[in-house]
Design a protein around this ligand. Structure first.
Ligand code: BGC
Length: 361
């Protein structure tokens, strides 16, 4: 079984005719498309040379966000008048595969995915030279940039859909990364000083006394999503001392020696197992730091987690942080998501980056 080709096949099977990628085709809660997951899945497909698949995803994003324009105008109007928006005024986190907001309750005010897709689109257009796609999506980019420009300092749920009352560093990094990427390509779409203001705020407020970046403002703890601050968003460089301190803390607190990477030390979701996508992210960081030998054992561990059909899960529960918190989730939502398309995408991204696929990231 070749995990590279299996990953492409699993992602292809999980892409709807609309272009949307399902987060997981089998897990009870993940029958939707997230901008966050979808962007990494599209990048994985780009890395594997499957550009048409990524193209279809971005076209779907464009149509989906265009349909949200009235909601955005209502929201911006309320903000301009000094009114407090209702929860339903914020743009959704996940959409049905047809591009409608989901009808079930979800932890919906999350900004990181909106920065993520901007970063991903600019990356995709840069790789493929698809200027027509960029031109077609400019209105959706402009809409997203206005949304982020209005709200980036407002607390919102993080990439794990938790802590709505906090400002999260990985979210700021995604917003910075997305807006900075747009600025490079179309400076007229973003206020020229905005990316730098976001960066100054994040690095001014988000560094602990010990020199590392924090999970959210007001804590000293770390979260493995802080890896994203350097790779790929470049809020900090991979050799910036602030990132090196962060990496050291993640290695010490969140990487199980010989195993995978936890999200954060207090994680109780399915007992808090090791996440495939974060283990791949650590490998990606090592690759970017010119340390491929540190990346390979992580990839070996990931490959060993694939089922007989090659499917990778979201997380692996063998060494849970809170073993007694597993059963409640299984009773509520069923067994851990498998396959998770984002896990497969990360495999494609990292193996390509290490020179084992058709292109470099
Ligand atoms: C994760 C999110 C992810 C979603 C769909 C959630 O459990 O916390 O990061 O976007 O699942 O995969």
């Amino acid at each position: 079984m070749n995990l590279y080709t299996t990953s492409i096949d699993i992602i292809r099977a999980g892409q709807a005719r609309s272009g949307a990628y399902v987060a997981s085709p089998t897990f009870s809660q993940y029958g939707y498309s997230w901008l966050r997951d979808g962007t990494w899945i599209a990048l994985g497909m780009d890395c594997a040379g499957q550009h048409a698949s990524a193209h279809a995803f971005y076209q779907w994003v464009g149509r989906t966000l265009e349909a949200q324009r009235p909601r955005l105008e209502t929201l911006l109007g309320k903000l301009a008048r000094g009114e407090t928006p209702d929860d339903l005024d914020y743009l959704p986190t996940r959409f049905t595969l047809d591009g409608a907001p989901g009808e079930d309750f979800w932890w919906d005010f999350q900004l990181d995915g909106y920065g993520t897709w901007l970063w991903g689109l600019v990356d995709h257009v840069g790789r493929t030279g698809d200027d027509d796609l960029w031109a077609a999506l400019r209105p959706a980019v402009e809409l997203t940039a206005r949304y982020l420009g209005a709200l980036w300092q407002v607390p919102n749920y993080d990439c794990w859909e938790e802590h709505r009352d906090r400002i999260h560093l990985s979210t700021l990094a995604a917003i910075y990364g997305g807006l900075d990427a747009v600025c490079q390509r179309a400076p007229d779409l973003v206020p020229p000083d905005l990316p730098q203001r976001i960066r100054d705020f994040a690095l001014g407020q988000g560094v602990a006394a010990g020199g590392h970046l924090v999970k959210y403002l007001g804590t000293e703890t770390v979260d493995a999503s802080l890896l994203w601050t350097a790779v790929p968003y470049r809020l900090v460089k991979v050799d910036d001392p602030r990132f090196e301190h962060t990496l050291a803390q993640i290695e010490r607190d969140l990487h199980r020696p010989g195993g995978g990477v936890y999200r954060y030390a207090a994680d109780t979701y399915y007992g808090g197992g090791e996440w495939i996508l974060l283990t791949a992210w650590l490998a990606w960081v090592y690759a970017e730091r010119g340390e491929p030998d540190r990346a390979r054992p992580l990839l070996d561990w990931i490959a060993a987690q694939a089922g007989p059909d090659g499917a990778l899960p979201e997380q692996v529960p063998d060494h849970r942080l809170f073993p007694d918190r597993y059963a409640e989730w299984e009773a509520k939502w069923g067994t851990i998501a498998r396959p998770l398309l984002w896990s497969h995408a990360m495999w494609l991204i990292v193996t390509s980056r290490l020179g084992e696929g058709p292109c470099q990231s």
